[in-house]
Structure formats: C-alpha cells, structure tokens
Design a protein around this ligand. Sequence first.
Ligand SMILES: Nc1nc2c(ncn2[C@@H]2O[C@H](COP(=O)(O)OP(=O)(O)OP(=O)(O)O)[C@@H](O)[C@H]2O)c(=O)[nH]1
Ligand SMILES: [Mg+2]
Length: 460
Amino acid sequence: MHRQYLSEDTIAAVATGMGSSGIGIIRISGPEAVSVASKIFTPKGSQNLETCESHKLLYGHIVDPQTAQRVDEVLVSKMKAPHTYTREDVVEINCHGGIVPMQKTLALVLQEGVRLAEPGEFTKRAFLNGRLDLTQAEAVMDIIGAKSEKNLQLSLYQLEGALSKSIDAMEDTLIDLLSFIEANIDYPEYDIEEVSETRLVETVSALVKKTKALLEGAQTGRIYKEGIATLILGEPNVGKSSLLNALLMSERAIVTEIPGTTRDIIEETVTIQGIPFKLIDTAGIRETDNIVEQIGVDKAVDWIERADLILFMHDINKPIDAEDQALLDLVANRQTLYLANKADNLNTADEGKLGSPWMPISVLEGHNIDRLKEQMAAVVLSGKVSAESDFLITNVRHIRLLELFQRALEQALETLDSGMPLEMISIDLQDALAYLREISGKQIDEAVIHRIFENFCVGK
Ligand SMILES: Nc1nc2c(ncn2[C@@H]2O[C@H](COP(=O)(O)OP(=O)(O)OP(=O)(O)O)[C@@H](O)[C@H]2O)c(=O)[nH]1
Ligand SMILES: [Mg+2]
C-alpha cells in the first residue's frame, strides 16, 4: 500500500537532547550510513564495521581522518535495512565525552557528505517507507512534546497503533458497504445480494456513533495536552494569589494584605496526579474607580466562559452579601469548586455559616489543600472520558478529519432519507472514506506530510 521511498541521500543528527547528559547519540540513516561511519570509526581489535553482522554493537574510537586525532570513545551500532526505525541502513554512534566531542563527531559525519537531517526527517522516512502509519508518526512527535505523564501514556498507546486499528476497522466496514453498492450499480442484471436500505442506515449510523465516541474522547485529550484552564475567582483579598502560590509551591504571585493587589492575569501550569492544570489567577472582583483594576476585573469576568474549571474563593468569616451572590450567579452553570478560605481565622460564632458546597480551607496553614487537589483531579477524571472510546485522540489533525468524516456520513444518511439513487449515496461514502484514509496517511498529499513532519525535533 505504501510506496517505497527511495532516499538518495544519507542524513544525520544528534538524536538525544542537547543537555549536559553523559551519553549522546548521533543517528545516521541512508544508503551511505555504514560506509561513512566506517571512515571515522576505528573499532577495537580486528573488528570491522562494514563486514560485521547487522544489529551489533562495536566498541572503539571516533578518529578524525585528516588529523588522525581521537575525538571520542564510542559504542557504534550498525543496523541494516529493513529492520530499522527508518527501514534504511542506520548507524548510531553513542558518544561518551559530552557535548563538544559529540558536535565534533557530527561535524566529521557531515564532512563525509552526509546531510544534516531536517526536523522529523527520520520519522518521515519511517512513515514513507511504511514502517509507521501517520497516526503513529504523529504519536512520536507527541511523545517528544508530552507535557504530562498522562499525555505521554496516551501517545504511547497511539504509537502502539490503537487509533490506527480503530480507523482500519471503520475503513473495512465502509469499503465493504461501498463494494456492495457499486456492485448493485454496475451489475444490476446479476443476482447480487441487494443492499437493503435498512442495512445501509444501520451500518452508517453505527459508524457515526463510533466516530462521536472517538471525538468525545478527543475533548479530554485536548485537555490533557493543554492543561485544564482553571480560573481562581473571588473578591479582593480572599487569598487567590496565595492559593496559586500554594498549588505551584513557589512565590509566583505577589501577595499582600491590601485588597486589589493582583491587577493582571497570571497563568502558570501545574501537574496534579499526572493531569496538567493551567491555573489562572485574576484580579479580585469588586466595583472600582481605578481604571487599571477595572481592566483586570473585566478580564477575570471574561475568563469565566472560557475556563474548564473554576475555583471560587470566599473568606469564611464573611457572610455572602448581594455582591457575592451576583458573582456566584455568574459561575452557577460552570464546573465550580467552592472554597471558604482563612478557616484558620474562623470566628467560632460564624462556624457552619458556609455549609455545603463550600469546602473550608486555609492556604496559610495548608489545611485541606491536598483535598482540594484530589477534587480537582476527580472533576477531570469523572465522566468526561467516554466509556465507549477506549483511547483518546489528542491530535488536532485527527479531530478535524474525524469531524469531516462524521459530516460526510451524516450527509449520506440524509441523501438516503431523501430517496436519492444509490450513486449519490456512494459519492458521500467515498468522501467519508477519503477523510478516513487521510488520518492514517494512506491517502494524503505531500504538502500535508511536509507540514506534519516540520514540527518534529531534529534527530527524531
Ligand atoms: N489568615 C489567613 N490569611 C490568609 C490566608 N490566605 C491568604 N491570606 C492572607 O490574605 C491576604 C490576601 O491574600 P492574597 O493572596 O493577596 O489575596 P488575593 O485574593 O489574591 O487578593 P487580590 O489580588 O487583592 O484580589 C494576605 O495578607 C494573605 O497573607 C489564609 O488561609 N488564612
Ligand atoms: Mg491576588
């Protein structure tokens, strides 16, 4: 199904991070990989990189062929096509000496006529040679960029081909259906089992249902990727910035006893139980004559509609007045946790004034902060992941194509409903099939492929 991609040139890049880690790997892929590596690598003893068997690790030194100087002590692995990541010949040089020898080694490789790989080019070759399908190639990219542990797990799952399997199964169903329709159109004189309208409606509806379930999971996937937009809201001086700092475990925002301290929006990401939350600290909401403060208040109110979760804070020692109530009304239909802060300072007379749903906390003394974190995670994990989708889609491209796929299927159902001939339904289903095949990369144009791989790190 995949064309064999014949790359004429050999590419190389540093495949590990450029930090100060002990070991760095230089990856070379392409027809000249082994011969180039042999020119700069001197193995110990009588071993020989060109003639040794594939998938073997050799110990030795990188030696500058011009000066005969040793550059680094290395382990070199030789992997012959097709059993490699790119399905081309691959050589990986494990350098030990840190960044400078590693850069020098890469420079020597490039001097031998190898080209520096573009971002994502190794993975692009793996895709073009049929080693990975597109959803898997994109998962590699997501793993590289994974912000949270959960997102990493999702990407790993996708790499194992969970999404591809689901897409392939839907493709099979659709091709089956299309072949029946085509047979009925093309050979009406033969006695082919007729596609009954009921079967058509049932099959297409089942595909729509499955797609919806996948897309519901996608919503959660997006959240895992970008962080739950979590708005900290309340009157001035209730302790919003203090809570932000407590959750971040750093003094990020200015805290003072003066009401109206925070003027602008402060955004910071924190990971709780593997879920990233984007915390948004805002200006305390009140009527104000101060223009700067008023802008901050407006921004905070703006955020209410956009937030995934609201942490509504109130001072436990103060009754809920009309102004508080107006603010509470604004968040009434939003996912909200109600926090009664300064519980350390509680006047016994007021105890119990703020009952459910308020949770008493004290940011100052750290009271109930762990419970708050648990509740934040629980809100995200409860019920938002659709039971029918057993994995999540995190990739925007997949989401868009699945939406188009669903629309084309629904169009087919409408066409059917309006009593149009089979040819017309077939056209809608062909459209649907094309979208599906674009997800896995079976039918996709070069420009799109280029754009996808552009986002990769060099070396992957
Ligand atoms: N007693 C007590 N004081 C607290 C607690 N949390 C915060 N404070 C104090 O309340 C004051 C205001 O805290 P901030 O975090 O600046 O409040 P804020 O809601 O961000 O205020 P604005 O930015 O002005 O809207 C500071 O003096 C904090 O030390 C708490 O749990 N107990
Ligand atoms: Mg503040």
